[in-house]
Design a binder for this molecule. Structure first.
Ligand code: DP6
Length: 323
């Protein structure tokens, strides 16, 4: 019997955003999404099974807060209720990037956890099932199970599917992290508040479905200009919807807008670069792998920038070791 499992999953950044859930469902997104996994942003998780006592959760070497512990133990409860696993577990999760800073930590976190729990499962779980189970922890985690360039359609019990393997992608991303004193509102809270109060929410849901189809076509054609322009429009539409909630949520800081303008000016100078922003102030730049060094060196010189991370695409969730 397996006792201890060590897994890794990469974080992902959406080109077409998931924002909003189907009410009353099992964490079912109301918008389809498309993302690229990032090799430099990962979470490693060690899961150990024991039969007496309670579940224990550690994040980055320290005991998790009550809120995080509750989210993870109720996730384990779901696996136990589905009779996939039994017993109790010690979960130790480490991310190599700041947790909950708009760098998609729940995506890699729940994908790594689901991958580990699958090793303890009574039945063998395929990729599709694993992606569905990861989604129930965090929507974006469904896409970190498959990695590379993944599409995540809407539906009754949706799962992500791999469109293009990481090794075959010629794009990369440069994460530009900025100073942000703002208190973070989680994606989960932010999207529910948007659904309940934004006058533009229904329009956003319709737009998301259209952008998704259009993005699939642009990806098929490997048309970076079209992919990038669509990604920017979809990002700005999501943030407009978020900002129109009442009371409003503004995830950006002044540096966010400054970087958006810089990316557009680099493009005017002939560099093929496009921005996107998740539920935070940091900016991610999509470009050809060959342009990442140049983009990073330009980004490092900008005021308000804390850290710049260049990343090639990453693969799907994987087992590092099992005992
Ligand atoms: C802005 O996957 O974190 O990053 O399902 O509630 O855990 P939950 O939400 P989460 O939301 C991600 C929102 C986003 C866009 C995206 O990654 O598609």
């Amino acid at each position: 019997m397996i006792k201890r499992v060590h897994t890794r999953a990469f974080s992902n950044i959406a080109l077409i955003k998931y924002w909003g859930k189907v009410p009353g469902g099992d964490n079912i997104p109301a918008t389809p999404s498309i993302s690229i996994a990032l090799r430099e942003l990962s979470t490693e998780t060690e899961v150990e099974r024991f039969d007496v006592g309670e579940d224990r959760v550690f994040i980055n070497g320290v005991k998790a807060t009550d809120k995080d512990t509750e989210r993870i133990t109720s996730y384990l409860d779901m696996w136990r209720e589905l009779e996939l696993i039994e017993g109790n577990y010690s979960i130790s999760s480490r991310a190599n990037f700041p947790i909950a800073a708009g760098l998609a930590s729940s995506a890699s976190g729940f994908a790594a956890l689901a991958k580990a729990l699958a090793e303890f499962s009574r039945i063998k779980l395929g990729k599709r099932k694993l992606s569905q189970l990861a989604r129930r922890g965090s929507g974006s985690a469904a896409r970190s199970v498959t990695g590379g360039l993944s599409a995540f359609p809407v539906g009754k019990d949706p799962a992500a599917r791999l469109l293009i393997d990481a090794r075959r992608l010629s794009y990369g991303m440069v994460a530009i992290t900025v100073d942000s004193a703002r208190k973070k509102i989680s994606s989960r809270e932010g999207m529910e508040h948007t659904r309940q109060t934004s006058p533009f929410y229904n329009k956003w849901i319709k737009l998301g479905a259209q952008d998704y189809k259009e993005m699939l076509r642009a990806i098929n054609l490997r048309n970076l200009t079209r992919i990038g322009e669509l990604m920017e429009s979809n990002t700005l539409a999501m943030h407009s919807c978020i900002m129109s909630a009442r009371p409003p949520i503004v995830y950006w800081s002044p540096a966010t807008i400054y970087i958006i303008q810089k990316v557009r000016s680099w493009r005017d100078e002939g560099l093929d670069v496009y921005f996107t922003i998740d539920a935070g102030a940091n900016v991610f730049v999509l470009c050809m792998k060959d342009d990442m060094d140049l983009v990073a060196s330009k980004a490092e010189k900008l005021q308000g920038v804390v850290k710049v991370i260049k990343s090639e695409p990453g693969g799907g969730a994987e087992v590092i070791s099992r005992q």
